[in-house]
Design a binder for this molecule. Structure first.
Ligand code: ATP
Length: 834
């Protein structure tokens, strides 16, 4: 893209001068043609095409076709997104120059009404490289509108006759351009960015043209600032590229890992790829570098990825071919795959790879499931062991319980409700513990009672001892009271023993109770933990089963999709072919419509006007020529006169006696004459030069007019031919129509005659019917008569002869009647047929 204020040298940089000074446009074209030729030497036949258009106020005009203006947009994926933009093939620089001259000629004609339009529009040349009709790459060269047009400078607005809409459109296109270069998706903001989207997205180079001319210095600084803004925006772009780079590396690593599973055929390539990536990472540890370096790095990554994909596909395709050869004895079709085939094969490969990875995942999941099942079994065994232990403990508990109280009945736990029974038992045992505690309390109470009794007894003993002592003192009653005392002492000892045993029992029970509580607590905690573990395992097993089912379903779906894709492939091919044909047809129709008569007429009129102007100019030039030639004649005459005078003077014939004295003056005069002659000659040559130039220009203009005329005549002849064809068709149709009308009138006539004959026949039938009736009446009479004759009673011998004669006549009459009948029948058949 060439950017800068008007008169800074954009057009010069683009087109340049002759030879060494040629512009970048022709240098680029030469380079591309050279490269195409090198490719040709290598057996690759590339086609080169060029399109030229300009954008003014967001309206696109094709500069390679007259009148193709206001083109719309289309999503092409590659190249320029302009609908109906014409492309023209070129094979050498001569062709290219011819195309460019043609485009500049059209541009000149468009610019004519407003000469500043050139500086207010974006001029674009797009070169497309094709291989067998398929686009390989595109290059766009844009000479942007003069940058000063986006400013608020009143001088510019006045000098360039800049309208508000023009200014807005140019400013908008520059803003959109800087935004899209800095990755802001505002393509639709301007026709410039939207039409060149695929090209700008790939790579954009802006050439800033600067001029030291003082009067545009303000705009030069403004354009420098604009470029600076774009460059500043690139800082954030670097960050984005670095992030992209990291993502890319991640995905490459993943792809390499994934590709590992497919085949080992390309192990070497894979190893090389990994080495290469590692090397790249080592050299760019933190991915800090310029945009170019990062982009280089990304390109490298992209190449690697492509390499991996190719290797994957190659291995997959080779496997497929192997399997085909195994299945059938027919030879494998040779020759290169078409791009579409390769694309679909790649797609199938990736799908198969995905399928394989899924199958692998399922297998892994299965193996994990088996491991989990084993773990489950082990845990289940542990649970049963623990349950058994619990059972044993329970039994010991039972024994203890039976020891404690007979009321506790033996608990018989079932295998399935172990945990519940344990809980139940726990409750049971806590109640027994409480009962034991109660008993303990009873015992304590008893002990207290006994103690109380003992104390009472002790008081009584003291009383008795006192009494005994009194008795001893009193003597005779002593032995009896001593005996009583002994007996009291024995009972007291018994009670004390009882009390001690009860205390020891109590302590024992308390200890056992504590132990039991602890054990019960431990067991219950374990049981709860085991239960939760069991539940988690069961949950996991269920989840895994679900996953397994999902994965199986997915695999089936993928297989079905692969199958469908294969089936759809052919359909799509057919559809694409049909679509291509339709597109071609539409293109033809559009082209036909474009070359409409009106534009041609208008252009013809403008050319005629131009022709008139040129003729007028020609007349003026002729007049001027005449004037100059008459002037020359006059001057020649004057020179001749002067020469003759001079001759006279030199010979001394015309010498005036006064002049003879002034020879010096004569010399000076001679010199001035010579000088005048020289000047005259110069004027003559100049005039001749100008005349020649004017004549050349006139010839050129005439030639151009002739060319245009030829072009228009050609187009007119095409149109006339078309009109002729249509007229011929019309005449044919008219003839056909006349014939049809004639036929129609003939048929009408026939119908009328048929109707008349029908009427005739009807009358005839009526007549015949009447005749028939009459004949039938006669027949009846005759039969009656015949009956009378044949009757033996009425037979008269005398009238026998007469009767016989009459009989004969009647017979002949009957024959005639029969004939008439058959005739009627025949007529009927005829009528029916008609
Ligand atoms: N590098 C150069 N060498 C010689 N002459 C030059 C150079 N660059 C520009 N010029 C001359 O400067 C003048 C203006 O250049 P040019 O027409 O290319 O400017 P521009 O930016 O295209 O202007 P505009 O936008 O009006 O078309 C022309 O006469 C051109 O010949």
């Amino acid at each position: 893209m060439l950017f800068g204020p008007s008169d800074s040298g954009k057009t010069y940089t683009l087109r340049g001068g002759e030879g060494k000074n040629k512009g970048i446009l022709y240098r680029i074209a030469e380079k591309i043609i050279g490269n195409a030729e090198i490719q040709k030497g290598m057996g690759r036949n590339l086609q080169l095409k060029v399109s030229v258009f300009h954008i003014y106020q967001d309206i696109i005009s094709d500069l390679m076709e007259y009148g193709s203006r206001g083109l719309g947009f289309v999503d092409k994926g590659k190249g320029v997104a302009i609908e109906g933009l014409s492309e023209h093939e070129f094979g050498c620089i001569g062709d290219f120059k011819r195309h460019m001259d043609f485009a500049y000629k059209i541009r000149k004609s468009l610019v004519k009404p407003d000469l500043k339009l050139k500086a207010k529009s974006h001029f674009t040349v797009v070169i497309g490289v094709y291989d067998g009709g398929k686009a390989v790459s595109y290059l766009g060269i844009v000479e942007l509108a003069g940058s000063e047009n986006a400013s608020n400078d009143q001088n510019v607005i006045r000098n360039n006759c800049l309208s508000g809409d023009e200014k807005k459109s140019i400013a908008r296109s520059f803003n959109a351009l800087s935004a899209v270069i800095n990755r802001q998706p505002v393509w639709k903001e301007s026709s410039l960015t939207f039409s060149l989207k695929p090209l700008i997205e790939s790579k954009t180079i802006i050439i800033l043209t600067l001029s030291s001319t003082q009067n545009i210095s303000k705009h030069t600084i403004a354009s420098l600032k604009y470029i600076q803004r774009i460059k500043d925006g690139q800082g954030s772009k670097t960050q984005k590229i670095q992030d992209n780079l990291k993502e890319e590396l991640k995905s490459i690593r993943y792809e390499i890992q994934e590709a590992k599973f497919i085949t080992n055929d390309w192990a070497d390539i894979r190893e090389q790829a990994i080495q290469r990536i590692e090397e790249l990472i080592r050299n760019n540890t933190d991915f800090v570098g310029t945009i170019e370096q990062c982009e280089e790095f990304l390109k490298e990554c992209y190449m690697l990825r492509k390499h991996i994909n190719d290797a994957k596909c190659r291995s997959q395709i080779s496997i497929n071919i192997e399997s085909i050869t195994k299945r059938s004895t027919s030879p494998i079709p040779e020759g290169p795959f078409t791009d579409r085939d390769v694309y679909y094969k790649q797609k199938i490969c990736t799908l198969q790879a995905m399928n394989d990875s899924k199958v692998r995942q399922i297998e892994e999941l299965n193996s994990q499931l088996i491991i989990r099942e084993n773990d489950n079994k082990l845990l289940y065994g542990k649970v049963t062991d623990l349950e058994r232990l619990l059972h044993e403990k329970e039994r010991t508990l039972q024994i203890l319980e039976t020891k404690l109280t007979d009321d506790f009945s033996a608990v018989s736990p079932t295998d399935k409700d172990i945990i519940n029974t344990l809980k139940h038992k726990l409750k049971h045992k806590t109640t027994t513990c409480l009962e034991i505690e109660k008993q303990l309390l009873n015992y304590n109470n008893n002990y207290r009672e006994l103690k109380f009794k003992y104390e009472i007894e002790a008081v009584a003993r003291k009383k008795y001892e006192d009494e005994y002592n009194l008795l001893l003192k009193k003597m005779p009653f002593l032995k009896d009271t001593e005996k009583q005392l002994n007996s009291y002492n024995v009972s007291l000892n018994e009670l004390k023993f009882k009390y001690d045993t009860e205390v020891s029992y109590r302590q024992k029970y308390e200890e056992e109770c504590l132990e039991l509580r602890k054990k019960v607590e431990e067991i219950s905690i374990r049981a709860i933990a085991l239960e939760s573990k069991n539940q988690i395992i069961m949950q996991k097993a269920d989840d895994m089963e679900k996953e397994l089912n999902c994965a199986k379903q997915e695999t089936d779906a993928k297989k079905y999709k692969v199958h469908n894709l294969n089936a759809n492939l052919k359909e799509m091919e057919n559809l694409v072919n049909a679509g291509n044909e339709e597109i071609q047809r539409f293109k033809y129709e559009i082209n036909d419509l474009r070359s409409e008569n009106q534009i041609l007429r208008m252009e013809k009129e403008s050319l005629i006007q131009e022709n008139c102007g040129l003729k007028e100019e020609n007349c003026i030039a002729k007049d001027e020529l005449k004037a100059i030639s008459s002037h020359i004649d006059m001057t020649n005459q004057y020179i001749k006169e002067k020469e003759s005078a001079l001759q006279g003077l030199s010979t001394g014939e015309n010498f005036h006696p006064a002049l003879k004295k002034n020879k010096k003056k004569i010399k000076v005069l001679k010199e001035t004459i010579q000088h005048l002659q020289q000047q005259l000659k110069n004027i003559q040559t100049l005039a001749e030069e100008e005349i020649r130039k004017a004549l050349q220009e006139r010839d050129q203009a005439l030639q151009e007019i002739e060319e245009c005329k030829g072009f228009q005549n050609h187009e007119l002849s095409i149109v006339e031919n078309q009109v002729g064809v249509i007229e011929g068709q019309l005449i044919k149709f008219k003839e056909q129509n006349n014939k049809l009308l004639n036929k129609e009138s003939e048929l009408n006539r026939e119908i009328k005659s048929l109707e008349m004959s029908k009427e005739k026949y009807k009358n005839k039938i009526k007549e015949l019917k009447e005749e028939n009736k009459m004949l039938q009446g006669q027949l009846v009479e005759i039969t009656e008569y015949a009956k009378g004759i044949t009757d033996p009673k009425r037979r008269d011998n005398k009238d026998m002869k007469n009767n016989e004669e009459k009989n004969m006549a009647i017979k002949s009459r009957i024959c005639a009647v029969n004939d008439v009948k058959s005739m009627i029948q025949a007529h009927r058949v005829q009528l029916n047929n008609q």
